[in-house]
Each structure stands twice: as structure tokens, then as C-alpha cells.
Ligand binder design. Sequence first.
Ligand SMILES: Cc1cc2nc3c(=O)[nH]c(=O)nc-3n(C[C@H](O)[C@H](O)[C@H](O)COP(=O)(O)OP(=O)(O)OC[C@H]3O[C@@H](n4cnc5c(N)ncnc54)[C@H](O)[C@@H]3O)c2cc1C
Length: 418
Amino acid sequence: MHYLIAGAGPAAIAAAERLRKLDSDGEITLIGAQPQPPYSRMAIPYFLTGKVGEDGTYLRRSSDHYKDQRIELVRGEVVCVDASAHQVTLADGQQFNYDKLLLATGAEPIIPPVPGMDDPRVQQCWHLEDAKKIIELAKPGARAVQVGAGFIGCIILESWVLREVDLTVVEMGPRMVPRMLGDKAGSLLRSWCESKGVTVHTSVRVKAIESSTQELQVILDNGETCLADVVIVSTGVKPRVAYLAGSDITIDQGIVVDEHMQTSAPDVYAAGDCAQGLDFSTGQTAVHAVQPTATEHGRVAAANMAGENNSPYKGSLNMNVLDTLGLVTCSFGAWEGVEGGDSAEMYNPDNYQYINLQFKDDVLVGANSVGYHSHLGVLRGLIETQIPLGSWKARLQANPISLADAYVGVNQAALQKR
Ligand SMILES: Cc1cc2nc3c(=O)[nH]c(=O)nc-3n(C[C@H](O)[C@H](O)[C@H](O)COP(=O)(O)OP(=O)(O)OC[C@H]3O[C@@H](n4cnc5c(N)ncnc54)[C@H](O)[C@@H]3O)c2cc1C
């Protein structure tokens, strides 16, 4: 059996290692477009602040790891998939046949159509190469403008502060991380960042970036101009799927997969940021571009590729946890609520604390929180197990921070019923 994997990120590596465990004789080939050994984008912020060197971003430390696992690494870019011929073609013309193919090509940054984006001092922060260029440009005291304050933007902004740059963030949404936090939570995050010396603009778009040899001028649509030595663009990502144009593989927001991580083509699977997989909360499919989902996708896809067709995926919980300059914010599941549902809220802005819980009947289905971290496991547990809260729902509505008590209480009650 020849397993071919397009991509060399966390989804691909999780899949390759699981395949090796399940099929000791199978041939495993992994094709990655980047020059480095497989690495984690999640580690880039630590690379930017010097907490780790380049090799600290590598997904596996030992250079012999892949050889030991009999996983062949090929450097190349897949440009065409012919599912009926069970064949992929690389940019350099090489062709590979497969019995089972996994598409794990991740995502790519969305670059807004703004004049001036092509200046070399305007950088995205996606590849290790980008991080190296930013390190050159974002010296202590430099003026940096970050365009976008989404999930990845709020992860990387800490790096600029730690690099002692003078940072301005411009977000077109009405608050920071608008797709993860509601109004109160997003506003708390904003005032926290401002208290750390970051200038934050929301509901503002960048119209153009003008450049001279000395500096960049970031022109905003509210009439203001920010002067900068470096501009970091973090305006969202989209699944990297252009190489599938012309194939029969169904693509919606990402590569659509079923509960076995299989695409619309026989023997072709997809995993990670490029895949639109089952969403635990809605039962629909969605792209959840975070690393835990990518590795889980990879493992489930591998089990199904190796013939364990009884390994359906329960779906990924929409879950984002951010630590921005020491303030932890999170969103879980249906954090915006469900039709006909109830909610509970605790808001303590002086201490940068906020919790919002969303219920469907007596089940917790979503949450937003700011300034708490000890309850994250409990929140996830209550939402993922969909355990009925019974009388604990009213107690949580009266006191939303009593989550740990609720968790213990409902689980004890469930045990007593058995
Ligand atoms: C700066 C930064 C910080 C982040 N921090 C976090 C965090 O704290 N928590 C979190 O959960 N997530 C974080 N993420 C997101 C996380 O990195 C992704 O969700 C994760 O990398 C997805 O893994 P993946 O394997 O699907 O894709 P990727 O990691 O993007 O890997 C895709 C692989 O496919 C290769 N490839 C692409 N196209 C082709 C092709 N045509 N042919 C061959 N190979 C190809 C690429 O070279 C790469 O090896 C962060 C992302 C960034 C950029």
C-alpha cells in the first residue's frame, strides 16, 4: 500500500506517524513545499522573540526521526491531482502514484487588495522566511503597524511588543478578534493592549501604503496616517487548494470531507487547515484552522486510510484560546448562542474579567471568557460531553464562574444515576 501525503505540517505529520503505527509495511511518502524540515507555524512567535532558534520550530527534533519511521520526505509542490489515475504531479514535473492520498496543504494568508502591499517592508507572518525578514525590520524602537487583529494577529502582536517596537494595530472589524469574541470581551482585550502601550484602531480600514526611502505611510480610511518602518499584514487565511482547480474534488470553503475525512474522490482524504470537516457543535462542516484540529484530522484520516473504516470523526469543537500579553481570552463552541437558548454573564471590567455562557435547554453549548484560564478544561469538558446540567444550569446562571463546582456536581449526579 502506498500512502501519499501532500503537505508537511502538523496534519501531515500526525497522519504519517499514525499510518506507520497502523501499517508497518506500507510505503509512506510526504511531499512538502517548504525547504525546511516539517515545522510548526505555532512556534513562529517564539522564534520571533528569540525564545527558540529555527530548529525549535521543527515538529520533530531528531533529524533521523522520519528515516527511523520509514517516512520518505520529498521536497516539491503538488500542482495537479488526477484522482481517476491515482496520480499527483509536482511543479518540477515529477509524478507519484498512490493507493491512498491525503491532502494536508494547510492554508495561506489573504492579502487585501491595497496599493503598496508589494513594498518589501510590508510582510505577512506565515512562513519561517517571513519571520526572518520581520526580525530584520522590527528592531527595538522601530515603528510597526499590524494590519488585522484576528486570531493569528492577536497571537503575533505579543512578539512585536516583546521586540520593543512601537506598535499600532488596525482592525476593520468593530473590535479585536471579532470572529472569536463578543463586544465586551473584545473591548476588554483592546483596553488591555492599550494599557501595555499598543495603539489600537478598530472599525478602520487601510486604504493605501505609501512609501519613501525613510518610512512607510499607512493611510487609513478615517483620514489618519500612521508612520511605520515595517507593516505586518495579518488579515486572515484561506485553505490552500488552488492546485485542485480542474479536479473533481468538491471544494466549498475548504476541501469538503465526510466523517471519515474522505473527499468526494475515492481514496483521497483531506485534513487540517485545508479541510472543511465536521463541526462538533453544528453537525455541519466548517474550516477550523487551528493546530489541535489539524493533528486530530490527520490522525482520524490516517485511521480511515489504513482501513479502519469504523473510525468516524466526532467533529472538531470550534475552540480558540489566546494569551495576549498575559491576558487569556477564549471562545468555545456556539459562543454567539443558539436560537431559543439562554445565556449567563459575569462582567468585571476593572479586573479584565468576563465570562459569557450559552445554553441550549440545560446543556452548555458555547462560551466566551476573558481573564480566566483555570476553567478552560472544565468548559471544554462540559461542552464536549453535552452533559445535561439539570439544576446546575440555574446555579451557573446565578454565578457563571462556578464552573468547576458544576462540572463535579453534574458528573457525580450522572454517576449516581448509573
Ligand atoms: C504565526 C502563527 C501562529 C499560530 N499560532 C497558533 C496557535 O497558537 N494555536 C493554534 O492552534 N494554531 C496556531 N496557528 C495556526 C496553525 O499553525 C495551523 O492551524 C496549523 O499549522 C495547521 O496545520 P496544517 O498541517 O493543516 O497546515 P500547515 O501547517 O500550513 O502545513 C501545510 C503544509 O503543506 C505544504 N504545502 C502547501 N501547499 C502544498 C503543495 N501544493 N504541495 C506540497 N506541499 C504543500 C506547506 O509547505 C506545509 O508544509 C498559528 C499560525 C501562524 C501563522
